[in-house]
Ligand binder design. Sequence first.
Ligand code: PLP
Ligand code: COI
Length: 355
Amino acid sequence: MEVSLKQIPVTKTKRSRLAEVDFDNLSFGNVFTDHMFICEYRDGKWQDARVIPYGPLSLDPATKVFHYGQEAFEGMKAYKDLQGKIWLFRPLENQKRLNKSAVRLAMPELPEALFMEGLKTLLETDRDWIPQKSNSSLYIRPFIFASGTGFHASPSDRYTFIIACAPSGAYFSGKVSVRIEETYSRAANGGVGYAKAGGNYAGSFYPMQLAAQAGFQQVIWTDDHSHEFIEEAGAMNIFMRIGDTLLTCPTSDRILDGITRKSIVQLAEAEGIPLEVRRIRVSELVGAAEDGSLKELFGAGTAAVVSPISSFGYRGKLYTLPEREDSYATRIKKRITDIQYNRCADPYGWRYEVG
Ligand code: PLP
Ligand code: COI
């Protein structure tokens, strides 16, 4: 590293937009904080780490990310507790996953210290932007993209890493209904499904549009080979409760190894919720919905935390789940958000104090 990480230079904005933000009515990811962290990879090393005012980038039309989609991102959140302290949730898991994605996309890995010091410097600079209300937080979007130029279909020689942040409220408003997707696939064996590559999301928008036209907010992805096995719920990992057993499918080449998912698995194991991590057939889900043993279906991810699914569509039929008072989803969401917002002890060591 060419910079001393302890002194990442900060250039403050001359005109803060903070006063313009309605913190009582935050949507998800639509307003951005005053600053961003940026650094560049060139001549074989990461350099020029700095925090600067948030704003547009000037990029050559031949910038490789526009043509070949060489990009990966992360999604994480910062929380402010009642004392005004700032916390992150398992940030090193995001840092490691970003590097896993970077390797798969032939991009340089980012040193842990650069990721963490850049993030902390940015959060300290924009700390007044972190909402304190429960259900609101600062959504953090770190991303790496190919910033070198050329139409040759080969990896870039230059990359840019940015962290941008958006004070945010709930990801979904209202009930979530999903359709089991049997035509399109999010990912295939040997592909980039396990990476948080921008292209994975671009490829999902068309099937999601078709689902939206049919009245669904999300799709449930099935395996690309047979479409017989359940894989993910849109941009979330999927859980279901059959009887009193909580089920989720194992991660694979095709599935994003979600940090919320692995936290729920650990929580369920520690707190005595019967859990099975195994492949789940669509026919098992449909059969359980038909015989009444399907008690819950929910997605899990950073943005939505735990998002109950109220109904699912399969081959033209709609299966509606009854609302439950004693749901695993509510219990798990409370446990996780209590840890995230420093409202309870953290027996798992997930919370990370920024200060
Ligand atoms: N699956 C996909 C495809 C995602 O985009 C996400 C969101 O990041 C997840 C699962 C959940 O991952 P995490 O819990 O780490 O946010
Ligand atoms: C998440 O952070 O949970 C996501 O799914 C990211 C999404 C907004 C693309």
